[in-house]
Design a protein around this ligand. Structure first.
Ligand SMILES: [Zn+2]
Length: 298
């Protein structure tokens, strides 16, 4: 082999090794910060993104300051949390329960706030499919770790127990409702608690209840608020008549209501501020957009 051939062979070999090394790297593993309120959207719109992703990520950033950024790897888009923990935002998850999904899927069905009470056809249950990876990352990985951060709230004449962010939100809603009850005392029996924190699986399912994370509470059982497994699964009268004052006060502070699900859970409220943020921004169509075409960073 001539010197020239040897040099050519070495060049091709080098190029081959370089390409293999390039392929082995995670795709765009740089972590980019989530856009905060008023900041422009700087991510390039490409095939990784779907139309709702900008709104989803803005609402996730607004709702959970623990989520610091987004990272794209070969197996999907990942939320990066304080401490470096990663939660799958969008990507394939094999062997998981139907109700245990990536974050994008957990936000896919539009929740609709008061005064709307949309129809609830089979399959419509916004918020009922959850990212358990995100719930564990935010609130704790087992009963003991969730319980360590729980706060006790005295409100509406009763004791309640919540994770810190849900506790703050519940206190604010309860203050509004105290004012309502003063004018409409008939509301008070509807606000009687039937439970807050409880580490348990959902009846008939393998996934954990939202009560396991200190983000849910049940009210109004004595007034007829019921659960689809206890009743015929036809539209329940309370899905239209449950007090709008109560539902509105909790929605305004980031709680979704199980009365808006096909598999209705009329007593159940759950702190899911990302879904309420998305519902309100969709409704007002005031999603902030940059005035000029942003420069792509990915
Ligand atoms: Zn419940």
């Amino acid at each position: 082999m001539s010197v020239q051939h040897k040099r050519r062979f070495a060049e091709v070999l080098f190029l081959f090794i370089f390409l293999i090394l390039l392929e082995a790297q995670p795709l765009w593993a740089e972590t980019l910060p989530l856009p905060r309120e008023g900041e422009p959207w700087l991510y390039a719109q490409d095939l990784s993104f779907q139309p709702d992703d900008e709104l989803n990520l803005r609402c996730l950033g607004q709702s959970y300051p623990e989520i610091q950024g987004l990272e794209r790897r070969s197996d999907g888009l990942w939320l990066v949390l304080v401490g470096g923990l990663r939660v799958l935002y969008a990507g394939e998850r094999v062997g998981r329960d139907y109700y245990d999904v990536d974050v994008r899927t957990s936000m896919a069905q539009p929740y609709v706030c008061e005064p709307e009470r949309p129809e609830t056809p089979a399959g419509y249950a916004p918020g009922r499919r959850r990212s358990y990876d995100l719930l564990h990352a935010l609130y704790g990985h087992n009963a003991a770790s969730v319980a360590r951060s729980l706060q006790h709230v005295r409100a509406l004449g009763q004791n309640w127990t919540f994770a810190p962010k849900a506790a703050e939100a519940f206190r604010r809603a309860a203050m509004v409702l105290e004012g309502k009850v003063a004018v409409h005392p008939e509301l008070r029996p509807w606000l009687k608690s039937s439970g807050t924190f409880s580490w348990r699986r959902i009846a008939g399912q393998t996934v954990l209840s939202a009560h396991s994370f200190g983000i849910a509470f049940d009210i109004g059982v004595g007034r007829g608020a019921t659960y689809w497994r206890w009743s015929a699964l036809t539209r329940h009268p309370l899905q239209q008549t449950f007090s709008p004052d109560i539902v509105l006060a909790f929605e305004d502070e980031g709680f979704i209501w199980g009365g808006k699900w096909h598999e209705f859970d009329l007593m159940h409220f759950e702190y899911r501020p990302e879904l309420i943020c998305k519902a309100k921004r969709r409704h007002s169509q005031q999603t902030p957009r940059p005035a000029s075409v942003p420069q792509a960073r990915w």
